[in-house]
Design a binder for this molecule. Sequence first.
Ligand code: GCB
Length: 588
Amino acid sequence: MRLLLTTFLLAACFGLQAQTAITNVQGRKTTSLNGNWQYLIDPEDFGNRNNGVGTERVPGDKHEFVEFSFDASATLHVPGDFNSQLPELTYYESTVWYRKQFDYTPNGQRLFLVFGAVNYRADVYLNGKKIGSHEGGFTPFQFEITALAQAHNSIVVRVNNQRSKEGIPAAGFDWYNYGGITRDVNLVETPASFIEDYFVQFKKGAANKVAGWVKLNGTAAAGQQVTVSVPEAGISYAASTNDSGIALLEFPATLKPWSPDNPKRYTVRLTTGTDAIQEQIGFRTIETDGAVVLLNRRKVFLKGVNIHEEIGAGKRRAYTQSDALYLLQHAKAMGCNFVRLTHYPHSEYMVRMADSLGVLLWEEIPAWQSIAFDSPGMQLKLSNMLREMIARDKNRSSIIIWSLSNETTPGPARDGALVQLALLARSLDSTRLIASAFNHVRFSHTTVHISDTVSKYLDVIGVNEYLGWYKPWEAPGAAYKWTSDFNKPLIMSEFGAEALAGHHGSADTANNWTEEYQEEVYKQQLAMFKNIPFLAGTCPWVLFDFRSPRRMQSQYQRGWNRKGLLSEKGEKKKAWYIVKRYYDTMGK
Ligand code: GCB
């Protein structure tokens, strides 16, 4: 009874919820729904209130008055943000309705409609009926439409990118709020009983054992045999599913470990009586020992950089495979072996590209600064985002760190929420490191102390500090000392300063936006880093200048955060060479 009531209350509060997307969409039988989608711009969100657009209401008779129609509308490209596609949408933050029609011939398979990401809210209608909603702009979601699909179909999506205090991120954030159906949309066909999800990685700390699970979906999911094979390594392992349709895996394996120097991946095949799927998976271990990060049992220094999911030169969200290549190649060119994907899960192309190029990744949910941790439903929303991120990317060897938040303010509500998230992340994936980026460190002149108590629950502590920019130096960088309450690795997850590329002048005034000032900040930072014995990695803020409407300095910023080591066009600023030299001298 209680369960029924809870289910009812949840449904009443949240309406029809989208499902977590199936894993490895690329490895399935798909029909792409990318391309041109018709649209209606609805700044008042009127079509939502009178509830006619989603259901594609048509006049009942010649006296009924309906004031919308997709039929003669122009189109927006999907995937892609809407802001960069039409000048009138440049700063738009409200509702856009999208419509796509498709034909379908039933063939006995199950059918899923999978969205790679919609920023920020999506209400999805199929053939005039609402099939569910999703909140959160950076993770995939799906609906099973097997019973609803017809010969001719019409999908309508209400996309709304309005900021709100209860959103994640909340009302204010320092990046461009690109709205729209920003990632691929696919129809995925599966057999009645199919491989829904799986986790195949080295067992925590064991480079000679693979462990994980395979989860089947369908009425006959229990008691099925699942075979996992890695042909190149001569591995074939069979297990049976339990009553929940899950087969646990654990088998010895001699596999070359994946690393930035040798991003070796294996074709891994999963087979059941009715389904088969395969993909390229790399295997590596990642651990900490005191303040050291160990990759494949060897100490590694994380030579990182922060990247936003943006192609600045095109003033648009990045969303293609070649965008991913472009962004990661620029990180590699600076000598990086590590990238922090700020401040949200980037597209799946990005993590798969990192797998293939050999780039280690920090991936995080968009719990950025002023999240309303004590508002009802917030924990559930945070947990959903974490689950969806881990569900999508848990087989990617590039990902070594799940991050829970960025620059949130300590206090009972935040602390409780982050501890819950840390426990959840560990329960979903015991193999990776858990981190958070903090900015509340204690400065006492030239001593900096790390004391955020949530660190107890983390493997790696991230600190964002802007000495030389938001906080003036009190002495040269070399005079600073760092101490910590925790014997854990520190990643300097952000530091930097602004400079307009090509603008030169003195190195001693912050607000002249010169390359020389930015360069000097980096020199002082690197001098300081030499004194931090527990430093395990660094991530300058940020690789490219990026768009941020809050940046209104009219000579140098003009809507851009200028902390890039590269301009939005890829021009190297002087500080870029400082970081490059630092990383080159650190060796492998
Ligand atoms: C930060 C934030 C980052 C901002 C950056 C800045 O601390 O984490 O999102 O863009 O500072 O430039 O102010």
